[in-house]
Write a protein of this length. Structure first.
Lengths: 586, 82, 334
C-alpha cells in the first residue's frame, strides 16, 4: 500500500481539506472579515458585460479553468526528475497550504475591496506609477519566456507522441466548425458543441485505429545518421534540429492567427472545444492515481536525489533551494494566478463570502492536479525528461485503470498536454500583442500584425537554441517572483487598512528572496556557459550543428534577460518592503 | 441547491462562461461604437439628424450608462490578462 | 411669363408645390392663393404652413393653427402645424418611453439634459417640419400639396447628405446586427434565449426610410416644383441669387420665380401720383430689368401690390388669377 502513490496523493487531499476548513476559513473571517451583506463590485458597478453577479459554482469552474493548464502538470514532474518525489510532493502540499491558496484568495479579496480593480491599478494606487511600470516591464519579459517554454513543451509532446498533431488538427477543425455553426449558421450552442465534439472524437479514433495517421514520426526532419553521429537518443527532442524548427514554425503560424483574428471566431471556440475532452483526462488521471493500490502500480522513482548539483558538471537543475521552489510553480503557488484572481472573477463575485470557495477552492483543486502529476511520474521507472514524461506516466496509470490498449490513452494524453499548452500560450501571445498596443499605440511595435512577430521571433529563438529545463527554471523564477510581489502588495494593502498581514508578508518575503536567488543562479549558469563558450546539456546538438557561437549568443541573451529580471524584481521587492514599512508606521 | 445543479454550474464555468463573457466584451465594444456614431452629438459630432437620433435614445439608454462608465474606467495592462 | 398654368402644363404630374424664400415676401399669401386656385378647379388641395407669424390663419381669417387638416371650402384644406408643440410632444414621448421601458421613477439627469439640449437645436425645428411634410405627402390624400416652407437653414442639408446618411445607416445597421449576433451567441452558450428583438434595427430602417422619402419628394422634378418668392429689391435679388446657388449645390432644381409686391408702372403715370411713388416705381423698373436679366426664364408671374391686405378667399382669388395666367408681360414692368 505504501509503495503506491495513492496514500501520498490522499494525504495531500486530506491536508488541503483541513487547511480549507481550519486555516483558510479563519483568515477569511478574522482578517478579511468577509461579509455577504457588503455589496460587491458586481452589484455596485453592474454593466451586464464584465460586472455582473455570477453563481459561485460557475465562477469556481471558470477560475479553475483559468489557473490550471500545463503549469500544474509540467512543474511537478520536472521537480520529481530533479530532486526526487518526496521534495516535490512536500512542496506541492506545503506550498499550497501556506502560500498558494492564500495568494489566489487574497488577490481576489483585495480586488473585491478595490472596485474590482486588477493588480496594475492597485499597485499604482498603493505604490505609485514607477512600481506599476516595473510590473509592466516585468510582465513583458515574463510573456516572452513563458511562450518559449510552452513552445518547447508542446513540441516535445508532438514530436515524441506521433499522431498527437493529427488529432490536435481535428480539435482545431472542431473549434473552427463550432465557431461557424454558432455564428454563421446560427445553430444552437449545445448542438454545435455536440457536432464539434464528434469531430474531435472522430479525429481521436482515426489516430488510434489508423497507424498511418500517427504521422509525422519522431524527428522526421532529421536523419538517423545525425543521431548516431552525435550519440543522441533518436526518441528524444533536441534543440537545434530541423524537426524542432519545423514545429516552431507550425506553432508560430497558429499563434499568429490566434493573436490577430477576432477572439470569438477562432481562439475562443478552439479553447472551448479543446478543453472539453481535457476535463475527462484530468479527472481520469486523478482517479487512477488514487486507485493505484488496485491497479498494482508501485512507486519506481527515487524518493530523494541530487539535492545539490554542481553547475559545471550538470547545468540542468541546481541546488534544492532555491531551484525546487521555482521548478514546481502551479499547484504549489503561481504568480500568474494573482493576475487572474484580480481579473474577471472578482468583477463577478456575488457575495464576498464566495471569494474563498472560488479563489481558494480553485487553487486547492489545482493542487490536486499537481498531486496527480507527481503520481504519474512516481510510477515510471525510466522517465524521459520533458512533458512527454507526463504523457507516459498518465498513460500508464489510466491504461491499468481502464484496462484498455495503451494507444487510446497515449493519444488522449498527448492531445491533452498539447491542447492545454496551446490554450494558454495562444492567450500569452495575444496578451503580449495587447500590452504592446497599449504601450506603443501607433508606433510599429504597437501594430497588431507586427508585435506578435516580435514575441514569436524572440521566444522561437530561445526555444530553438535553449535547453528546455533551464528555460523552465527561468519561467518558474519569473512566475514565482510575481507571486512574491503579489503577496507583498496584498500585505501592504492589509497594512493600509490596519489589518494583520503576517500570513502574506512572510510567504511574500520567502518567495521574493527564493526566486531572486533562483533567477540569480540561472543568470550565473547562463552567463558562465556563455563566457566559457560551452553548450548547456542538450544544447550540444545546436553547437555541433551550427557552431558554439550561436549557443553562446542564446545563453548570453538568456543571461541578460535574467539580469534584467533580477534587477526589476529586486527593485520591486525593495519598493514593496519599504512601502510596507511606510504603511506600518503611519 | 441540488448536487446536480451545482455540478452543472461548475461545468458551465469550466466551459462556456469565459467564452460567453469574452463575446459579451466584444459586443460591448461594438455597442460603444454604435453609441458614438448615433449619439455623437453628445460629443459634438452629429451624424444623424438630431430629430431622428433622439428616437434611438430609449433603446441605447442602458448602453449610454455603461458607455460612460466604460469611457471613465481606467484600463490597465493587467486587465488584458483575462 | 407662363404663369402657374404654364408650369402645370409643362409638368402634368406635378403634385407638390413648394414656396421658398425669406420671411415677409408674401410666401404665405402666394401659397394660399395657389391653393384657392387649384381647389377651385375641383382638385383636392392641401396648403401647409408652419410659421406662427404671418400665418395662414391670418390670410384665411380663421384660426387653424395647430388644429390639423381643416376644410375651408370645397376641396380646399389647410394645415398649419405647431412645430414647437410637435417637438415638445415628441421629446416628451421619448422621455416617457425611456421611463416606461426601464421602469424608472424619473429620468437620470444626464439623459434628461441630453434630450433637452438636442431638442433646443435649431436644426430640430426644421427637421420636425420636414417630418410633418413627409407625413402628409406619404398619405396621398390630396391631388396637390402647397407648402409654405420656413426659411432654409441647416436642415435642408438633409437632402444633400441623404445618400451619405443612407450609407451611414447601412454601416450602423451592420454594426448593430453584429452586436446582436454576438449577444445571441453569448446567450445561446449559456442556454438562454434572446428575448428581445432588435428594435433598433427597425428604428434605423425607419429613419433611413424617412430621410430617403424626403429626398424623393424634393428631388423629383416631375412631381415637385420649387418656387422662389422675391420682391423687386436689392436685398432679395442678392438673396435669390444665393438661394439658387445653394439649390444647385444640393442638386435641387428651381422651377420658377414669382415676383411679389410690385407697383404697377401705370400707377406712376397718373397725374395725381405722389412724388415718392414715382421715384419708387422708377427704382423698381431698374430692379425688374435686373430680375429679367438674371432670372428671366424662371419668372412665372409678377404679382402687383394690392390696394388692401390680401385676406379672405375672395381677395385671394384675384391674386390667384394673376398667378395662374399673368395679364402682362414681364417687359411691361420695365
Amino acid at each position: 500500500m505504501l509503495d503506491t502513490p495513492a496514500p501520498y496523493v490522499l494525504l495531500g487531499l486530506v491536508l488541503y481539506f483541513l487547511t480549507y476548513h481550519l486555516y483558510a476559513k479563519r483568515i477569511d473571517k478574522k482578517i478579511w472579515e468577509s461579509d455577504p451583506n457588503r455589496p460587491t463590485p458586481a452589484k455596485l458597478y453592474f454593466d451586464g458585460v464584465e460586472y455582473f453577479p455570477v453563481s459561485k459554482y460557475v465562477l469556481f469552474g471558470y477560475q479553475f479553468k483559468s489557473v490550471a493548464a500545463l503549469g500544474p502538470i509540467v512543474g511537478p514532474l520536472t521537480g520529481v526528475l530533479f530532486f526526487g518525489w518526496v521534495p516535490a510532493l512536500m512542496w506541492v502540499i506545503l506550498g499550497n497550504i501556506f502560500i498558494g491558496w492564500a495568494q489566489d484568495y487574497s488577490s481576489m479579496m483585495m480586488s473585491l475591496r478595490n472596485e474590482g480593480r486588477s493588480m496594475g491599478p492597485i499597485t499604482y494606487k498603493l505604490l505609485g506609477d514607477r512600481a506599476r511600470k516595473i510590473l509592466l516591464a516585468y510582465l513583458i519579459f515574463y510573456l516572452i519566456i513563458i511562450t518559449a517554454v510552452f513552445e518547447w513543451v508542446i513540441i516535445d509532446v508532438i514530436n515524441r507522441v506521433p499522431g498527437t498533431f493529427t488529432a490536435v488538427l481535428f480539435v482545431f477543425l472542431g473549434g473552427i466548425v463550432f465557431g461557424m455553426l454558432i455564428f454563421r449558421m446560427r445553430m444552437d450552442a449545445l448542438i454545435a458543441t455536440l457536432v464539434a465534439l464528434a469531430i474531435v472524437f472522430i479525429g481521436y479514433l482515426l489516430v488510434v485505429y489508423v497507424p498511418a495517421l500517427r504521422a509525422p514520426p519522431t524527428n522526421f526532419m532529421d536523419s538517423p545518421e545525425f543521431f548516431n553521429t552525435y550519440g543522441f537518443n533518436p526518441a528524444l527532442t533536441y534543440p537545434g534540429t530541423f524537426t524542432l524548427l519545423f514545429w516552431l514554425l507550425v506553432l508560430s503560424v497558429i499563434y499568429y492567427i490566434s493573436a490577430t483574428t477576432p477572439m470569438p471566431k477562432f481562439l475562443l471556440p478552439t479553447v472551448y472545444v479543446g478543453y472539453l475532452p481535457s476535463i475527462i483526462a484530468l479527472v481520469l488521471v486523478l482517479i487512477a492515481a488514487i486507485a493505484t493500490p488496485l491497479t498494482g502500480l508501485t512507486i519506481q522513482q527515487t524518493p530523494v536525489r541530487d539535492l545539490f548539483v554542481d553547475p559545471l558538471k550538470n547545468p540542468q537543475g541546481g541546488p534544492i533551494w532555491p531551484i525546487l521552489f521555482v521548478t514546481v510553480a502551479c499547484g504549489a503557488i503561481s504568480g500568474w494566478h494573482s493576475l487572474v484572481s484580480s481579473g474577471l472573477t472578482p468583477k463577478q463575485i456575488e457575495y464576498e463570502t464566495d471569494a474563498l470557495p472560488v479563489g481558494g477552492g480553485a487553487m486547492m483543486t489545482e493542487g490536486a492536479v499537481a498531486l496527480s502529476s507527481v503520481a504519474a511520474i512516481m510510477v515510471l521507472a525510466q522517465p524521459p525528461t520533458g512533458a512527454a514524461a507526463y504523457v507516459q506516466g498518465a498513460t500508464l496509470l489510466t491504461t491499468k485503470l481502464l484496462n484498455i490498449p495503451e494507444i487510446y490513452m497515449r493519444i488522449l494524453y498527448g492531445i491533452f498536454v498539447v491542447v492545454m499548452g496551446l490554450i494558454t500560450s495562444m492567450l500569452f501571445v495575444r496578451v503580449f500583442r495587447l500590452v504592446m498596443a497599449e504601450l506603443f499605440e501607433d508606433k510599429p511595435l504597437g501594430n497588431k500584425y507586427i508585435s506578435p512577430l516580435v514575441i514569436l521571433t524572440i521566444a522561437g529563438f530561445l526555444a530553438f537554441v535553449g535547453s528546455w529545463t533551464n528555460l523552465w527554471i527561468y519561467f518558474g523564477g519569473t512566475n514565482q517572483l510575481l507571486a512574491g510581489l503579489a503577496l507583498l502588495i496584498i500585505a501592504i494593502f492589509l497594512t493600509s487598512i490596519k489589518k494583520p498581514s503576517t500570513y502574506v508578508f512572510v510567504p511574500g518575503i520567502f518567495m521574493a528572496i527564493t526566486t531572486l536567488a533562483a533567477i540569480a543562479w540561472e543568470t550565473y549558469v547562463y552567463g558562465l556557459y556563455a563566457l566559457m563558450n560551452k553548450p548547456i546539456g542538450v544544447q550540444a546538438a545546436v553547437a555541433k550543428l551550427y557552431g558554439s557561437e550561436i549557443v553562446s549568443i542564446s545563453n548570453l541573451l538568456s543571461a541578460v534577460f535574467g539580469a534584467v529580471l533580477f534587477v526589476l524584481g529586486a527593485v520591486m521587492t525593495y519598493y514593496l518592503i519599504t512601502g510596507w514599512l511606510r504603511y506600518r508606521r503611519s | 441547491m441540488k448536487f446536480l445543479d451545482k455540478f452543472r454550474e461548475i461545468v458551465e464555468g469550466l466551459t462556456v462562461h469565459g467564452q460567453s463573457t469574452a463575446i459579451l466584451k466584444v459586443k460591448a465594444q461594438i455597442d460603444n461604437l454604435f453609441i458614438l456614431i448615433t449619439m455623437g452629438d453628445m460629443l459634438g459630432i452629429p451624424i444623424l439628424p438630431p430629430y431622428y437620433s433622439l428616437r434611438l435614445v430609449p433603446y441605447v439608454f442602458p448602453n449610454i450608462q455603461n458607455w460612460k462608465r466604460y469611457m471613465l474606467r481606467e484600463r490597465d495592462f493587467t486587465d488584458l490578462v483575462t | 411669363m407662363r404663369g402657374l398654368r404654364g408650369l402645370l402644363d409643362a409638368k402634368p404630374n406635378l403634385k407638390v408645390l413648394i414656396y421658398a424664400g425669406k420671411g415677409g415676401l408674401g410666401k404665405t399669401t402666394l401659397s394660399a392663393a395657389t391653393s384657392v386656385k387649384l381647389s377651385s378647379m375641383g382638385r383636392k388641395t392641401l396648403v401647409f404652413s408652419t410659421d406662427p407669424q404671418a400665418s395662414l390663419s391670418d390670410v384665411f381669417e380663421q384660426n387653424v393653427f395647430g388644429r390639423g387638416e381643416v376644410m375651408l371650402a370645397r376641396d380646399l384644406y389647410v394645415m398649419e402645424i405647431d412645430a414647437d408643440k410637435k417637438i415638445n410632444d415628441y421629446v416628451a414621448s421619448i422621455k416617457r418611453k425611456i421611463i416606461e421601458m426601464y421602469r424608472l421613477d424619473k429620468l437620470p439627469r444626464d439623459i434628461e439634459e441630453y434630450v433637452d439640449s438636442a431638442a433646443a437645436e435649431p436644426a430640430m425645428y426644421e427637421s420636425a417640419v420636414y417630418d410633418a411634410m413627409i407625413d402628409v405627402v406619404s398619405e396621398e390624400k390630396y391631388d396637390y400639396y402647397v407648402f409654405d416652407m420656413p426659411p432654409f437653414g441647416h436642415g435642408i442639408r438633409m437632402i444633400a447628405i441623404a445618400d451619405v446618411i443612407s450609407k451611414w445607416v447601412d454601416k450602423i445597421t451592420e454594426l448593430r446586427k453584429q452586436a446582436y449576433e454576438y449577444g445571441r451567441v453569448a446567450a445561446s452558450l449559456k442556454r438562454q434565449k434572446v428575448t428581445y428583438e432588435d428594435e433598433i434595427l427597425k428604428e434605423l430602417e425607419y429613419i433611413r426610410g424617412r430621410i430617403l422619402k424626403f429626398r424623393d419628394i424634393v428631388m423629383n422634378t416631375e412631381t415637385t416644383a420649387f418656387i422662389m418668392v422675391m420682391t423687386p429689391e436689392r436685398m432679395t435679388i442678392l438673396d435669390t441669387e444665393k438661394a439658387i446657388e445653394m439649390f444647385k449645390s444640393l442638386g435641387l432644381q428651381l422651377s420658377g420665380v414669382v415676383v411679389n409686391q410690385v407697383y404697377p408702372p401705370e400707377l406712376a403715370k397718373r397725374p395725381d401720383a405722389p412724388q415718392y411713388l414715382k421715384r419708387r416705381v422708377e427704382e423698381q423698373r431698374k430692379y425688374m430689368a435686373e430680375i429679367r436679366e438674371k432670372f428671366g426664364k424662371y419668372v412665372l408671374a409678377v404679382i402687383p401690390m394690392l390696394n388692401r391686405e390680401p385676406k379672405g378667399i375672395e381677395t385671394l382669388k384675384t391674386v390667384a388669377e394673376e398667378l395662374w395666367t399673368p395679364t402682362k408681360r414681364l417687359e411691361d414692368y420695365i
